[in-house]
Design a protein around this ligand. Structure first.
Ligand code: AHR
Length: 547
């Protein structure tokens, strides 16, 4: 029998090609599906409360944050209540903002509060030297800010002027705002239309006094803190929570000196919190070790820092930088532990968030930037880290609320949009004042070039009603993450979820398309016999609620 001659080499046959394609697709699928992430959540071992103040905000006299973003004036065609725009208040109220820090920032150490009281048309103008050199008309002052806080139902945090102010000026501000009886400042308040004191609890004693707040050495500021704080007094029943200006990211010397010289002790004014500032910028950093502390050196040129035009390299570096906040918290906490082992004093992250290039064509001094899905991931990762260290992190304030840096809302005249970051704060509000649940996480790395970071980031809490909330971020922009979780000590039966993601990593909301990035129902989670499983889409933030 004559065998038929093969019609050619194997790759000339259709069967070979179908198999080749099939296997190829299988490999791609396997490659794109992450190896499993495993978690154990100890639902019965929680002991620390996640302070709602971790979800705090910050509004400075900077660019269009206060003016236009919040204050439009009583005669504006934009709907407002006593000059404060209604749409922004309604949007922010939905976030349950626990506190709002004001008037700065760098602006705080140039601000003289008496310029901002009394009839508006008679208030003096000043130059906003740090932010664009524009004229500040002082129309938004103490009364307007505290009205805003009352409209929002939030606790005010007033940051006093140490850099260019006086001890007397700060002491009188506290008296004006908080003294219930008869006194020169309380009477002045009444003459300006406010009978009852506002009882403001949170007072900052300066801002970034190592930089724009006076370029001080820590030894100098520690002494100034002791002096200024001595005159920030409690009146009536209102206890004051005093906040010292803290270090710039990894300035561990500042923390050491402040804790040693000014934190507490006989004849020293009380310090309740110390305010660390850390911004996420798209730069490359090299890590090196120095003694027991890991420090970071800035190196390499800036990558493209646009808020919306970036590729995977900037995505990766931004998230890598955002995750560094954990290292800073751990290292600063270690210093604080030496002087305050009971963790009475809070490490506050009083300014945090992304700092990108300003939007093309806008005033560089106004720090107006767009906000993409990448910013949502930065917010999710940061909030999960703050939650996880809530024994020491007692407060945090994202910079800033409206139209500046990593904002919740952007405005354009009468138009307003909610940013991806807004949606993360809205999803994460379930953690406010809930009990942190300890957990173990074992996840694959997200690798870019030779660098890697954990691909999944998570925190979990149990609220007063016994519901468990888990917030998860999948940092990998290409691969979904299969998560399986052993829920120890929890007998709930159902799981519901919400997800924030988009098809592109630089997806963002615009005034023409304001709902490109918004939360949707998440159906890809199951709870069976104490075992939770879920598949997180690539580049997503997911909230799971178990009851
Ligand atoms: O948030 C913008 C500025 O950043 C603040 O005014 C200052 O405190 C920080 O350097």
């Amino acid at each position: 029998m004559r065998l038929r001659k093969p019609s050619g080499f194997p790759f000339q046959r259709p069967f070979f090609w179908s198999m080749f394609l099939f296997c190829g697709m299988l490999f791609v699928q396997i490659g794109l599906a992450q190896q499993a992430t495993k978690m154990v959540i100890n639902a019965d071992l929680g002991k620390d409360k996640i302070s709602r103040h971790i979800y705090g905000h910050f509004a400075e006299h900077l660019g269009r944050c206060i003016y236009e973003g919040i204050w439009v004036g009583e005669d504006s065609p934009i709907p407002n209540t006593r000059g404060i725009r209604n749409d922004v208040v309604a949007a922010l109220k939905a976030l349950q903002i626990p506190n709002l820090r004001w008037p700065g920032g760098c602006f705080a150490d140039t601000y003289h509060w008496m310029d901002g009281i009394g009839p508006r048309e008679e208030r003096p103008t000043i130059i906003n030297v740090h932010w664009g050199g524009v004229t500040e008309n002082n129309h938004f002052g103490t009364h307007e800010f505290l009205d805003l806080c009352e409209q929002l139902g939030t606790a005010p945090l007033i940051c006093g002027n140490v850099g260019s102010g006086t001890v007397r000026e700060l002491a009188e501000w506290v008296e004006y705002v908080n003294f219930p009886g008869k006194s020169p400042m309380a009477d002045l308040r009444r003459a300006n239309g406010r009978e009852e004191p506002w009882n403001v609890k949170f007072w900052g004693i300066g801002n970034e006094n190592w930089g724009c707040g006076g370029q001080m050495r820590p030894e100098k500021y520690a002494d100034d803190y002791r002096q200024f704080a001595s005159y920030v007094r409690s009146y009536g029943d209102q206890e004051i929570y005093k906040i010292a200006s803290g270090p710039n990211s990894m300035d561990y010397d500042w923390m050491e000196v402040m804790m040693r010289e000014a934190s507490s002790g006989w004849r020293r004014p009380r310090m309740d919190g110390i305010d660390l500032h850390y911004y996420t910028r798209t730069r490359s950093f090299n890590m090196r070790r120095m003694g027991d502390l890991r420090i970071v050196e800035r190196s390499g040129e800036n990558l493209s820092r646009s808020a919306t035009e970036f590729g995977e390299e900037e995505w990766f570096v931004t998230l890598q930088q955002a995750m560094r906040i954990e290292e800073l918290i751990v290292n600063h906490s270690a210093i604080m532990d030496k002087y305050d082992p009971e963790k009475r004093i809070g490490l506050l992250v009083g300014e945090w968030g992304t700092w990108h290039s300003v939007e093309p064509g806008t005033n560089p001094g106004f720090l107006y930037q767009q906000n993409a899905l990448r910013d949502a991931l930065v917010a999710g990762v940061s909030l999960n880290i703050f939650n996880s260290h809530c024994d020491r992190v007692h407060m945090a304030n994202i910079a800033q609320t409206v139209n500046v840096l990593q904002a919740m809302v952007l405005t354009d005249g009468e138009k307003m949009l909610l940013t991806p970051t807004y949606h993360v704060f809205e999803m994460f509000k379930v953690h406010q004042d809930a009990t942190l649940l300890p957990l173990d996480l074992d996840c694959p790395d997200y690798t870019y070039g030779e660098e890697k970071i954990p691909s999944v980031n998570v925190s979990a809490s149990k609220d007063a009603a016994g519901k468990v909330h888990i917030t998860l971020c999948n940092l990998d922009p290409k691969k979904s993450a299969k998560v399986s979780c052993d829920l120890r000590g929890f007998s709930g039966k159902s799981v519901t979820g919400r997800v924030l993601t988009a098809s592109d990593m630089n997806a963002h909301n615009t005034f023409d398309k304001p709902e490109v990035v918004k939360p949707a129902a998440f159906k890809d989670a199951k709870l069976k016999g104490g075992e939770l499983s879920a598949t997180l889409p690539a580049k997503s933030v997911v909230l799971l609620t178990l009851e």
